[in-house]
Ligand binder design. Structure first.
Ligand SMILES: [Zn+2]
Length: 480
């Protein structure tokens, strides 16, 4: 009996010691909570920490611009990670030395707007927008040490295709984008002017050649669409003009509305809607516009999501488009339907719209993120596809697809440039300085390659020339 009493006492003592130990630990843990996670802790143990804030202050000469920040705008924790392209080619590594880019200058320049720069001037770069996927110190996970590599964030772009796009842009200002409208993966995204983040030009702020170099024109700008707008007007016409495909339109080089003249680029004679679309006849589209209500076009661009941003990977918001149909005179409304007047579209939104034409009315929302791998190579996160609402009625989308495919049958489109069958529409916009900005937009008509694309080049001449050439270079690299 006495023996059992002793054992019980021993057990109670052990339990008490255990509970006291826990209490002692919890008190110390709570008291030192900040020191566990902040540099004070390292100072206490005689270790000089290198936090992201330190990196920013040293590498950026004290700049207060924060890259790979969390939402607190103060990054005290370790962040380790790597940004690669879809094939695993390292584009940027973030470690205790700051950011190291790919060794090839061409790769750095071609992927700059996708990856981001050291000073976070390119706000939509992955260094910032996808930094949540890096490894960082947390109280739960524990300490990251300098030797840790961190997660590998794979982008959906192919760096070698980006290089081809950069080469094809041949020094012009513009943007090129291709994406998979079924998965949302952006396969190619280049914006120019670009620059080498390892050799930032000293005159980047003053040299007009670098005007807008910090802007990713694909996500963050809106431009006058010119005749690629006729795709949108065509949608409204198919939905609202019952005998559209029986109508004939006359073009003798211009079309008169009241006492004002809508000029055309040629004398197209008497044509149907197929020819009007293929020749991009302004006279015919003015006649189509006059059969549409202003509110119809206004609803149409809204439903096509050309006025509201897409949110890419939860962080990047594409630029809003804007249109001004309501209250236009007939003459102004005709020009709006032709893609001039006050129209502005974002290239990414317009590319998704082309994807919806190819895909029966809706398309995947673009993503720049392919996957996230742990330091040991395990898949942490894969492509997460989300779809747009129905941007276009399904029957209408299929008819539009036919017309865009019909365009490329004409010699004007020089479809032999492309390895694959495509549907497309050109656009050309007169500039105030006498030059022309060109567009080329469309989709690949091959179920192996469910791709939509957009190419926009400033001061380059007609859309069917350089912008289409660039699209051909890029698509031929992707579809083989
Ligand atoms: Zn015409």
């Amino acid at each position: 009996m006495k023996k059992i009493q002793k054992r019980t006492m021993l057990c109670i003592l052990l339990c008490l010691a255990f509970v006291l130990g826990i209490v002692f630990f919890l008190i110390r843990y709570t008291l030192n909570l900040n020191n566990w996670t902040r540099e004070n802790y390292y100072a206490a143990i005689g270790y000089t920490p290198t936090t992201n804030l330190d990196i920013i202050m040293s590498v950026n000469g004290g700049s207060d611009k924060i890259y790979y920040t969390d939402d607190t705008k103060k990054e005290y924790y370790y962040v380790r990670g790597e940004i690669s392209d879809r094939n695993g080619t390292a584009l940027a590594v973030v470690n205790e030395n700051g950011i190291s880019y790919n060794a090839s200058a061409n790769t750095r320049i071609a992927t700059l707007h996708a990856v981001g720069d050291r000073l976070s001037n390119i706000s939509s770069g992955a260094l910032r927008s996808l930094s949540d996927n890096f490894s960082r110190y947390t109280t739960v996970d524990g300490q990251r040490v300098a030797a840790d590599n961190g997660n590998n964030v794979l982008l959906s772009i192919d760096a070698s295709v980006n290089q081809i796009a950069l080469y094809a842009l041949s020094g012009y200002t513009g943007t090129v984008g291709v994406y998979n409208y079924k998965t949302g993966e952006i396969l190619c995204m280049v914006s120019t002017p670009s620059f080498d983040p390892d050799n930032v030009p000293e005159d980047i702020e003053t040299n007009p050649d670098y005007n807008g170099a910090y802007i990713n024109r694909f996500f963050s700008s809106s431009f006058t669409p010119g005749s690629i707008m006729k795709v949108v007007t065509l949608e409204a016409a198919i939905d609202n003009i019952p005998d559209l495909f029986e109508q004939k339109f006359k073009c003798n080089g211009s079309y008169q509305i009241g006492n004002q003249i809508v000029r055309c680029t040629g004398k197209h004679g008497t044509i149907d809607v197929y020819d009007a679309f293929e020749h991009s006849c302004n006279s015919a589209f003015a006649q189509i516009a006059l059969q549409l209500e202003q509110k119809t076009m206004s609803d149409n661009v809204r439903d096509a999501n050309l006025t509201e941003p897409y949110t890419i990977d939860g962080k990047i918001h594409t630029s809003k488009g804007s249109f001004d149909f309501i209250g236009d005179t007939d003459y102004e409304f005709a020009w709006s339907c032709i893609g001039l007047h006050h129209d502005l579209v974002n290239p990414c939104n317009m590319m998704v719209y082309a994807g919806a034409v190819a895909n029966g009315g809706s398309a995947a929302v673009p993503t720049l993120l392919n996957s996230v791998l742990s330091p040991t190579g395990e898949l942490i996160k894969g492509v997460q596809t989300s779809y747009t609402k129905n941007l276009i009625n399904q029957d209408t989308a299929n008819k539009m697809k036919d017309l865009m495919l019909n365009n490329t049958k004409s010699s004007h489109y020089q479809a032999s440039r492309f390895n694959v069958s495509i549907g497309a529409k050109t656009g050309t916009v007169d500039r105030a300085d006498g030059g022309e900005n060109g567009w080329f937009i469309g989709f690949v008509d091959d179920e192996r390659y469910p791709y939509a694309f957009i190419s926009y080049v400033e001061d380059c001449g007609s859309g069917v020339d350089l912008p289409a050439d660039i699209a051909a270079y890029v698509l031929n690299a992707l579809c083989f």
